[in-house]
Design a protein around this ligand. Structure first.
Ligand SMILES: Nc1nc2c(c(=O)[nH]1)N[C@H]1C(S)=C(S)[C@@H](COP(=O)(O)O)O[C@H]1N2
Ligand SMILES: [Mo]
Length: 522
């Protein structure tokens, strides 16, 4: 009877500890940007691993509820493992530890292989670590109360205290601890719900990127010079800079999402995501740049985007005479003003993008749809979590950053950056690669020059050109003499403009000046 009581209490302890562990780790994942919920990540891996007939059967049987059923299955499996861990753990605490180590390992593997996640490995693994600590910690605590006798331990005839469990544990102590763990589980669950962006993440995980109607031309050979330490030609989604005013990434599920096009148009349009997918989808490589990028800064990245050309949508709506701007608005009420003629220009190929580097837009980069407009700084061209396009006049509105002292119009300034060597690097005497990137969307880079210690400008070798809306790598082979040196770079675009040495701040329309690094040779 007492043994059974202990087993039941142990099982309950396991269940509570498991619930607390999962709930708190879900909350931690929800609180971190770019980290997928552990339950969702494990469920997604299960989907990947399942043979196709099983998947088809699941979809046919459960329909749109298949995700919920799947996650229910994951929760049920965790519950069974936790109950067994608790029941067995009453006598063998190591089993309790083993069970949570196992769960944490599965969560870690799922987190590290998750495609929707954009955070680094440390952040991704954190929920699994929390799962282990909370699960094992609370179970050990609960099982400990079961070991605490209500009466003094029975002495064996030999006079040694029995290592067997006491005939009865102190119920009140156990129940109090159990209640505390249950409260932790509920709090974790509520926090996960409050913080989680799971609706958008779930929709994104279900999405396959459509084949573009017009694929990007193949990447020319030689766009990437492969110099050590040089920024890769294409920026991965994970490494892509992120700039926005959102404290938490807006959760914009596909269900109910629409893009409204209105204002000075003949025909108002309200498009669903599916409507976008059914239009002409064009793929293009475009380098984005933030106006906040300081000389030598990191707020610039190059990706392949798939989207509906903005000019197609504007044509469909029928732009009326007198309009000169499009005011775009995001789900989080950020506003942007973009010149109409840029959005209508086929050479620019501005997009309402739905994919980035072959994946649905990451949540941080505007899921489900965003603007990408070559040649203009992001704050006047790249609205993420896009929901509204109003054809209008610059005279009739002010966008978010315009009311805060930035220019209403802001073409990207021709710029260049030295990636290698890093500032204050110590180099060996002799041949050293000085390399970096230069950009001048939509003019294109014509020339990059480097000078050492204020000497004569030397022309750098340019990587192969992709298109005028993307950055270009460059390298200068430098014969380094011992001593301290200053390296400077400047670019010339295809309009013939050479970067000015004059340093201006980022406000109101972008920084200027030459990037330089100081190094020591010898
Ligand atoms: N909704 C929304 N969209 C936005 C912003 C923002 O704050 N909110 N910032 C803009 C700015 S300033 C830039 S530089 C780009 C950056 O895009 P990224 O974060 O994908 O690199 O997004 C633009 N789109
Ligand atoms: Mo920006």
């Amino acid at each position: 009877m007492t043994t059974r009581g202990n087993l039941l209490a142990g099982g309950l302890a396991g269940l509570l500890a498991g619930a607390a562990a999962v709930a708190v780790s879900e909350a931690v994942a929800a609180a971190l940007d770019g980290v997928t919920s552990p339950l969702l990540a494990v469920a997604n891996r299960a989907v990947d691993a399942a043979p196709r007939p099983v998947k088809e059967w699941a979809v046919a049987t459960f329909g749109t509820a298949d995700k919920a059923v799947l996650i229910g299955g994951v929760i049920g499996t965790v519950a069974v493992i936790a109950v067994v861990a608790g029941a067995v753990g009453v006598r063998r605490p190591r089993v309790a530890l083993g069970a949570f180590v196992l769960l944490a390992l599965v969560a870690t593997a799922a987190a590290l292989t998750d495609r929707a996640a954009t955070a680094g490995p440390a952040a991704r693994v954190l929920p699994a670590v929390v799962l282990l600590l909370v699960g094992f910690g609370s179970l050990t605590w609960l099982l400990g109360t079961l070991r605490r006798p209500a009466r003094p331990p029975v002495m064996l005839p030999t006079g040694v205290p029995g290592d067997d469990l006491p005939a009865a544990f102190d119920r009140r102590v156990f129940l109090r601890a159990a209640a505390a763990v249950a409260v932790a589980a509920s709090a974790g669950g509520l926090a996960a719900r409050a913080l989680g962006g799971s609706a958008a993440a779930a929709a994104r995980a279900d999405l396959t990127v459509p084949r573009p109607t017009v694929p990007a031309p193949p990447l020319p050979t030689g766009v990437d010079l492969g110099v050590d330490g040089l920024t890769p030609y294409l920026t991965s989604n994970r490494d892509f800079y992120r700039v926005d005013t959102a404290l938490r990434v807006p959760d914009v599920p596909l269900d109910g999402w629409t893009l409204r096009i209105h204002g000075m148009v003949d025909k108002e349009l309200t498009l669903t995501f599916q409507d976008l997918l059914e239009r002409r989808l064009v793929e293009d490589r475009i380098t984005l740049t933030c106006v906040s990028n300081e000389v030598g800064g990191e707020y610039v990245g190059n990706a392949a985007w798939i989207g509906v050309p903005m000019r197609d949508l504007l044509e469909e709506a029928g732009v009326q005479a007198g309009a000169d701007a499009v005011k775009s608005t995001s789900a989080d009420d950020f506003t942007v003003g973009t010149p109409l003629e840029v959005l209508q220009d086929p050479q620019r190929n501005a997009l309402v993008a739905i994919a980035m580097n072959g994946e649905p837009l990451p949540l941080e980069h505007g899921f489900p749809a965003r603007m990408v407009t070559p040649g203009l700084y992001g704050y006047v061209s790249a609205t993420k979590w896009l929901v509204d396009l109003e054809v209008t006049r610059f005279a009739d509105f002010q966008a978010y950053w315009t009311t805060r002292g930035y220019s209403a119009q802001a073409p990207i300034k021709t710029s260049s950056r030295i990636d290698v060597p890093r500032s204050f690097a110590r180099l060996k005497k002799g041949r050293n690669a000085v390399a970096g990137v230069a950009w001048s969307q939509d003019r294109g880079i014509a020339k990059v020059e480097v000078r050492v210690d204020g000497g004569a400008w030397q022309e750098a070798d340019l990587a192969a050109a992709d298109n005028v809306n993307t950055w270009r790598q460059w390298v200068y082979r430098w014969d380094a003499e011992p001593g301290s040196h200053k390296l400077e770079v400047r670019a010339t675009d295809r309009s013939g403009y050479t970067q000015t040495s004059e340093r201006t701040p980022i406000a109101p329309d972008g920084s200027t000046g030459w990037h330089s690094v100081d190094v020591v040779v010898g």
